[in-house]
Each structure stands twice: as structure tokens, then as C-alpha cells.
Write a protein that binds this ligand. Structure first.
Ligand code: SAH
Length: 297
């Protein structure tokens, strides 16, 4: 920018950087307009975002880290391990680039891509502040969901901030034995501590929590599992979102919509509020993190 003085350019160069992010791969679903982006970062790393079309608008699922250190057994994002956390700008750029590339306005964001948002707490909170700021994307945090595998102390910190977003908790099991078998974080913060943090979060924020329950054949899908889940959530104003497990090639976990609907019925019989998550972009496949894995191998 030769219209700026050499001195100012030098000062800007020393104090600021302009981060960029570029589309490496773009997969568009013919069935429902879902677009999956593989983005390249400045340092050669890759992350993913998914743009989904709903009747009420477009929602973008963003990544918060390159890889993940949580080690959930069924998740493709964790298999190659953890590289680094994303900066607030790198989370935000996923939104701006998706809007620019697709020509579609994004009205909601879910932090459910690669990474554990609460393992990158400060940068994620900065991102949320810029996202909701009138000089930024000016998006109401009522249109934002943050998903966590259950880092208990960070759930308390998030509750104190009372940002107005929706907290999703990846529960996926209703007792410690079966949860620890698929989610190592449960060894550190077992279900009792997690549920207490969730109930306290609700008391402080008044925001209803959504519990994610990825159904795995023969592991967490029996009527007995539904009964234990109902007991765990007894008297709690919350919602259960059942997800038929997305098969990844490194693991042998399976499930289908039929099993998910059956499990939803079990829960309904027990008075628990539950829905089965709609499947979008089935023809472009790739469970979260899978695209990056394939690209980097
Ligand atoms: N780390 C955060 C957010 C990223 S994952 C978390 O754990 O919540 C977003 C959601 O997708 C989580 O509920 C996660 O458990 C789920 N998930 C990961 N791999 C999956 C798979 N193969 N099939 C179905 N859901 C999966």
C-alpha cells in the first residue's frame, strides 16, 4: 500500500498481521445444498467447516482447533492427534470465507467442527465477542451453539460469562463405565461431576442444555440405557439430541436411523424430551474431521 508512508507500513508490519484462509476443497451436496469446506491455513494446516441450509436460514459449523486432544473413540478429528488451537481470527474467517464463497448469508453458528471449544477457551470467547459485536458480524449469540465433551471447570467459567448461547454437551452414555470406554475425558470428569456442572449452568444462565447422544449399536442403545439416561436427567429441563453414529473408517462403530428412532421412543415412553438429528449432506459423507485426515495423508 504505497499510499501509506514507509514508516507507517513498517510499523503496521511489525505490529499486525493479516491472517488468511483459503478453500482447498469444496464438496456440495446435490440433495440438500450442504457445503463442506476444507480450508488451508497460513502454516499449512487444514480445518473444516460445514454450511447447512435450514428453513430458518444458513448455519455454519466451525472448527476451533487443528485436531483434538480429547481422544473420543468414535471421532475422526482426534485420530491424528492435536496440532494447535485456532486464533479468534481463524475461527471468524471460516464464516467470512463461507459467506463469500457460497454467496449465502450465515445466520447461525455451531461450534461443533474439529476441536474442543472449551480446550481453547480464551480464543473461543474472543471469537464469540467479535461475532456478536455490532462492528463485527453482529450475530446474536442466541443463534450460536457450543458443543463440549465435558471439561467441567470450563463449563463453570462459561456459565459465569452468561453469553446467552446454547450449550450442547456430548454425553453419549448414561453410566461411567460405558462413557469412559468411548470418551477418555470421563476419567477426569465423571458423569456425576458433569451433570452437577450442567445443572449449575442452567441455574446460573437459565439456558436449557442440549445433550448429544451418538448412538452406537450394542453399546449405548438398549432400553436399559434409555432408562439410566432418564434417571440421570430426571427433573432437568433439557433436551436430548440423538445422532446415529457417523461411521469412520478407523473404527467399527455403527448405527442407523431405525435404531435412533427406536431409542427416541424409549426415551419418550420415559417422559424425556428427545429428537433424532436430521442428516444433512449424506452424499458428501465424511464425518467431522475425515476430510482433513484424507487430505493430509
Ligand atoms: N469437541 C466438541 C465439539 C466437536 S464434535 C464435543 O465433543 O462436543 C461435535 C459433536 O459430534 C460431538 O457431539 C461429538 O461427540 C460428535 N461426533 C464426533 N464424531 C462423531 C461420529 N463419528 N458420529 C456422530 N457424532 C460424532
Amino acid at each position: 500500500m504505497t499510499n501509506l508512508s514507509a514508516q507507517l507500513r513498517d510499523k503496521l508490519g511489525r505490529n499486525f498481521c493479516i491472517k488468511s484462509l483459503f478453500v482447498c476443497k469444496r464438496l456440495e451436496s446435490a440433495a440438500d445444498n450442504t457445503v463442506k469446506y476444507l480450508y488451508g491455513l497460513d502454516d499449512g494446516n487444514h480445518i473444516e467447516s460445514v454450511l447447512m441450509e435450514y428453513s430458518y436460514g444458513n448455519t455454519l459449523c466451525v472448527s476451533t482447533q487443528v485436531g483434538c486432544r480429547m481422544g473420543c473413540r468414535f471421532c475422526a478429528s482426534t485420530i491424528a492427534g492435536f496440532r494447535r488451537s485456532l486464533l479468534p481470527s481463524e475461527i471468524l474467517l471460516q464464516l467470512y470465507e463461507a459467506e463469500r464463497n457460497s454467496g449465502r448469508k450465515v445466520s447461525g453458528v455451531v461450534l461443533m467442527g474439529i476441536g474442543e471449544p472449551l480446550d481453547n477457551f480464551d480464543n473461543v470467547v474472543d471469537f464469540l465477542k467479535i461475532l456478536s459485536c455490532p462492528e463485527g458480524a453482529n450475530m446474536s449469540l442466541r443463534h450460536v451453539s457450543l458443543s463440549t465433551c465435558g471439561i467441567v471447570p470450563m463449563i463453570y467459567r462459561l456459565g459465569e460469562l452468561d453469553l446467552g448461547l446454547t450449550l450442547s454437551v456430548s454425553l453419549h452414555a448414561s453410566d461411567n463405565e460405558s462413557r469412559s470406554a468411548i470418551m477418555p475425558i470421563n476419567e477426569k470428569y465423571p458423569i456425576e461431576q458433569l451433570m452437577k456442572a450442567c445443572r449449575d449452568y442452567f441455574s446460573v444462565t437459565g439456558r436449557r442444555i442440549s445433550f448429544e447422544y451418538a448412538l452406537i449399536d450394542g453399546h449405548n442403545d438398549s432400553r436399559g440405557d434409555a432408562k439410566k439416561l432418564a434417571q440421570l436427567l430426571d427433573g432437568f429441563n433439557c433436551h436430548v439430541n440423538i445422532i446415529p453414529i457417523n461411521k469412520i473408517k478407523e473404527r467399527n462403530y455403527t448405527s442407523d436411523r431405525k435404531a435412533a428412532n427406536r431409542f427416541r421412543q424409549y426415551l419418550e415412553d420415559l417422559g424425556v424430551n428427545a429428537t433424532v438429528r436430521r442428516t444433512l449432506g449424506a452424499d458428501i459423507d465424511a464425518a467431522c474431521g475425515q476430510l482433513r485426515r484424507e487430505y493430509e495423508i
